[in-house]
Design a protein around this ligand. Structure first.
Ligand code: SAM
Ligand code: FES
Length: 336
């Protein structure tokens, strides 16, 4: 659907009639991507990061955080167990931890592809040749949020980083052939509704295959600890407008939404979302990958999370996707 910026701003600001917006997004979701909810098993494999994003709990300068890095074997084993549990996509996410070199990641991707799963990487900004090598090793998708398209805001919040470079990385990923996932946070300090509207138009313009909206949740061990943060309602309105703008993309019900409300992901699935990314990381690592406080499921097991979200999905009359769940049924690499 084409929407003018002024109309997007109106929809994002209209709390009074937000239920109509959610209903509309739910109808469009059903019409374009159906009732299947695609599950992606999320492995948070390292909380070591070279960056210092002001909002992020695993930022370099958070000296109170115990750091961890899974070994290659541990990571592959976690993925194998997730595949055995029935996940058809494995998402590997970490801080920007360059210990995972081009070659190490290639080996990991090749090993995990043997489990007959789609592989998504989310390890931040790297060189073109890294992205290319990982794609050639079998990685199907890449997830990297642009966070905001307000460049001044971006540079204030991500010191030492360049908005243009992040954008260039997204373009490189697309050119190489990845299914491209991106997204933003809402409720950042000094982020306007106009700016969120521009973010949505940007995501449409770069033709993302997948896009997530996360409410910003202030972390007590970051410089933004006293900020207000985003609300579930604003995040849902943003997600619902995104569904209207890009009717057939994959949209996750994000973990941050559920961290603000016990039914956050279900509410999201009923206002435009069609993907959930249950955490399949094991043990203590779940707690240590603390991007924001109140993160859900930190004491649960992978199996518990899968069963729990599966039951919730079925309770609202939706079904778990049986396939790889690529955008419009496509996947960059042919799967058997
Ligand atoms: N390093 C990779 C990257 O930069 O794309 C992936 C990991 S990064 C921690 C994943 C996402 O967490 C970020 O893109 C950001 O949107 C989100 N995030 C970080 N801190 C957050 C916070 N305090 N509240 C909500 N989301 C947060
Ligand atoms: Fe590195 Fe957040 S500061 S992942």
């Amino acid at each position: 659907m084409e929407l003018e910026k002024t109309e997007i701003i109106r929809l994002l600001s209209d709390k009074q009639n937000q239920d109509d917006l959610f209903m509309q997004a739910n109808i469009v979701r059903r019409q374009y991507v159906g009732d299947e909810v695609h599950l992606r098993g999320l492995i948070e494999f390292s909380n070591i990061c070279r960056n210092n994003c002001m909002y992020c709990g695993i930022r370099r300068d958070n000296s109170q955080l115990k750091r961890y890095r899974m070994s290659e074997e541990e990571l592959i084993d976690t993925a194998r167990k997730a595949a055995e549990m029935g996940f058809k996509t494995i998402v590997m996410q970490s801080g920007e931890d360059v210990w995972f070199s081009r070659d190490v990641m290639c080996r990991i991707v090749e090993a995990i592809k043997k489990f007959d799963v789609a592989v998504t990487l989310s390890v931040g900004e790297r060189e073109y040749d890294d992205y290319k090598a990982w794609f050639d090793a079998g990685a199907d998708r890449y997830l990297m949020r642009i966070e905001t398209t307000d460049k001044d805001l971006y540079h204030r919040l991500d010191p030492g980083m360049s908005w243009q470079h992040r954008h260039d990385c997204l373009m490189a990923l697309k050119e190489i052939g990845y299914e491209l996932g991106s997204g933003i946070m809402v409720g950042l300090p000094q982020q306007s509704v106009e700016s969120i509207a521009e973010d949505l138009l940007y995501l449409k313009e770069i033709e993302v295959d997948m896009s997530g909206i996360g409410p910003f949740i202030p972390h007590p061990q970051t410089p933004l600890k006293d900020e207000a943060g985003g609300t579930l309602d604003l995040a849902r309105r943003t997600m619902a407008v995104m569904r209207l703008l890009m009717p057939d993309i994959n949209i996750p019900a994000t973990t941050a939404m559920e961290s603000l409300h016990p039914m956050g992901r279900i509410l999201a699935l009923q206002s435009g979302a069609n993907v959930v990314m249950p955490n399949v990381t094991e043990g203590e690592y779940r707690k240590l990958y603390e991007l924001y406080p109140g993160k859900i499921c930190v004491d649960d097991t992978p199996l518990h999370c899968k069963t729990c979200i599966g039951a919730k999905i079925m309770s609202i009359g939706r079904k778990i996707g049986a396939g790889y769940g690529g955008h419009a049924g496509r996947l960059p690499h042919m799967m058997k």
